[in-house]
Design a protein around this ligand. Structure first.
Ligand SMILES: Cc1cc2nc3c(=O)[nH]c(=O)nc-3n(C[C@H](O)[C@H](O)[C@H](O)COP(=O)(O)OP(=O)(O)OC[C@H]3O[C@@H](n4cnc5c(N)ncnc54)[C@H](O)[C@@H]3O)c2cc1C
Length: 405
C-alpha cells in the first residue's frame, strides 16, 4: 500500500476530509488533492450564517490550518481543475495540461448552484451562494438601507435572509411554491419558520413565478416588480457529475456509489454532494447535501482504500441556524403516516417526529437538543414508540429510548 497514489478531485469538505482520514488511518502512499478554488478546503455552512453576519473570520472557515497539508504530506494543488479521467490508463488530466497517474481516484466535485433561466439573471446585482467568493460578494451588498430579494425559500435562502436582517438590510423571499421549505420539510415547519421570519421583518411572496430580474428588482408573472438592489438566487444545487459522466461512470441524480463510496469503477470512489448514495435504513438511495453525509462517505472511502472494515451506518442528519433558532433534523421523512408534535412552538422549543408503522423515521427539532439526539437514536434503533408518550414532553426521551415508550 505504501507506494500507492490516491488522487482526490475536488478540495471541498468531502475531498479535504478524505485526505485527512487516509492519513489518520495510516495510509503511507502519496495523496494529491486538487481543487479549482483558490483556497484550501473550507466549510460552507457559515457562509450563509455566522460568516455572513460578520461573527466568524475567514480563518475559522478553514477545515484544517493550511500548514496541515504540508505536515500531512498532502500535495494540495489549488486553482487547478481535473479536466478528464482516462480509466483505462488510470490517469487524470489537469487544467495546467499535465497528467497524473492514480491507483485510486476519489471524486469530490460537490454541487453547483442552479441559475435562474430568466432575462437579467446574469446582471452584477444577481448572485448565488455556494462558494466563499459568492459569500464575499453578498456580504458587501448587505447593510442598512439595502434591500435583498432572495429567490427560493430553501434553507440557504432563509439563512441568508436572517443574516441580511441581522446586518440591517431589508429582505424579501420570493418562492414559487405555496410555502417555504416545500421540498425539504412538512407544512408545520414551513409555517413556523415563515412566521418567525415575518416577526423579524422579512416579507414573503409565495406562489410567485419570477419572469425577469431588472435593475430595480424582481419581476413576477403577475406583472408586479418586487423592489430590491441585490438578488440572491437560492433555488438549489445540482450534482457536479461532469467528469464522472464523461468517464462513463454510472450516474443517476449524482454518481452512483455503494456503502464503500465506490463507483461502478472499482478504482474510483465518489463522496459528498455529487453522489447518489445508499441509505440502508430507508431501503433506498438518494442524493444528500449535508456535511454529515460528506463526512460519513469520506470515512467509507478512506476505510475501503486502507483495507479497513466498513464503518457502521449513520443516521443522516442536518442543521440550520436562523436568528436564535437552531434547527436539527435527523432521518428522512419519507412515506411516513403519523406526525407527533412535542414541546411548545410558541416558546420556540419543540420537535416534530415523523413515524411510519409506529417507528420514528425522522425528527425535526427546533431548540430541542435532547429531542434531536434521542430521536436520532430512536431512528437508528428502529424501535416502536407510543405516539401519546412521545408527544408528552414530561416523559424523558431516555425513557422512550429505554423501551418504556
Ligand atoms: C451556503 C451553504 C450553507 C450550507 N449549510 C449547511 C448546513 O447548515 N448544514 C449542512 O449539513 N450542510 C450545509 N451545506 C451543505 C454542505 O456545505 C455541503 O453538503 C458540503 O459542502 C459538501 O461537500 P462536498 O465536498 O461534497 O462539496 P463542496 O464543498 O461543494 O466541494 C466541492 C469542491 O470541488 C471543486 N471542484 C468541482 N469540480 C472540480 C474539478 N473538476 N476539479 C477540481 N475541483 C473541482 C469545487 O470548486 C469545490 O471546491 C451548506 C451549503 C451551502 C452552500
Amino acid at each position: 500500500m505504501s507506494k500507492e497514489r490516491v488522487v482526490i478531485a475536488g478540495a471541498g469538505h468531502a475531498g479535504g476530509t478524505v485526505a485527512a482520514m487516509l492519513r489518520q488511518y495510516g495510509f503511507e502512499g502519496s495523496i494529491v488533492l486538487i481543487g479549482e478554488e483558490p483556497i484550501a478546503p473550507y466549510q460552507r455552512p457559515p457562509l450563509s450564517k455566522a460568516w455572513l453576519k460578520g461573527e466568524a473570520d475567514a480563518e475559522s472557515l478553514m477545515l484544517r490550518p493550511e500548514s496541515w497539508y504540508a505536515e500531512g504530506q498532502v500535495d494540495l494543488r489549488l486553482s487547478t481543475r481535473v479536466e478528464a479521467i482516462d480509466r483505462a490508463a488510470r490517469t487524470v488530466t489537469l487544467s495546467d495540461g499535465s497528467s497524473l497517474p492514480y491507483d485510486n481516484l476519489v471524486l469530490a466535485t460537490g454541487a453547483r448552484a442552479r441559475r435562474l433561466p430568466v432575462p437579467g439573471a446574469d446582471a452584477d446585482h444577481v448572485g448565488v451562494l455556494r462558494s466563499a467568493a459568492d459569500a464575499e460578494w453578498l456580504k458587501h451588498r448587505l447593510g442598512p438601507g439595502r434591500r435583498l430579494a432572495v429567490i427560493g425559500g430553501g434553507y440557504v435562502g432563509l439563512e441568508a435572509a436572517a443574516s441580511a436582517r441581522a446586518l440591517g438590510a431589508e429582505a424579501v423571499i420570493v418562492e414559487r411554491e405555496a410555502r417555504v421549505l416545500a421540498r425539504v420539510a412538512g407544512p408545520v415547519l414551513s409555517d413556523y419558520f415563515q412566521s418567525r421570519h415575518e416577526a423579524r421583518g422579512v416579507s414573503f411572496e409565495l406562489s410567485a413565478e419570477v419572469t425577469a430580474i431588472e435593475p430595480n428588482g424582481v419581476r413576477l408573472a403577475d406583472g408586479r416588480l418586487i423592489a430590491a438592489d441585490t438578488v440572491l438566487v437560492g433555488i438549489g444545487a445540482y450534482a457536479d457529475t461532469e467528469l464522472a459522466q464523461a468517464a462513463g461512470l454510472e450516474c443517476a441524480d449524482g454518481v452512483v456509489v455503494d456503502l464503500d463510496a465506490r463507483t461502478s469503477d472499482p478504482a474510483i470512489f465518489a463522496v459528498g454532494d455529487m453522489t447518489h448514495r445508499p441509505l440502508p435504513l430507508y431501503g433506498r438511495s438518494a442524493r444528500l447535501e449535508s456535511v454529515p453525509s460528506a463526512l460519513e462517505q469520506a470515512k467509507q472511502a478512506a476505510s475501503a482504500i486502507c483495507g479497513r472494515p466498513r464503518p457502521a451506518d449513520e443516521v443522516p442528519w442536518f442543521w440550520s441556524d436562523q436568528y436564535e433558532l437552531k434547527l436539527q433534523i435527523a432521518g428522512l421523512a419519507w412515506d411516513c403516516d403519523t406526525l407527533v408534535e412535542r414541546g411548545d412552538g410558541a416558546a420556540d422549543s419543540f420537535a416534530l417526529f415523523h413515524l411510519k408503522d409506529g417507528v420514528v423515521r425522522a425528527v425535526e427539532a427546533v431548540n430541542a437538543a435532547p429531542e434531536f439526539m434521542g430521536g436520532r437514536q430512536l431512528i437508528g434503533r428502529q424501535i416502536a414508540v407510543d405516539p401519546t408518550r412521545l408527544a408528552d414532553a414530561s416523559v424523558p426521551m431516555k425513557a422512550l429510548l429505554a423501551g418504556q415508550g
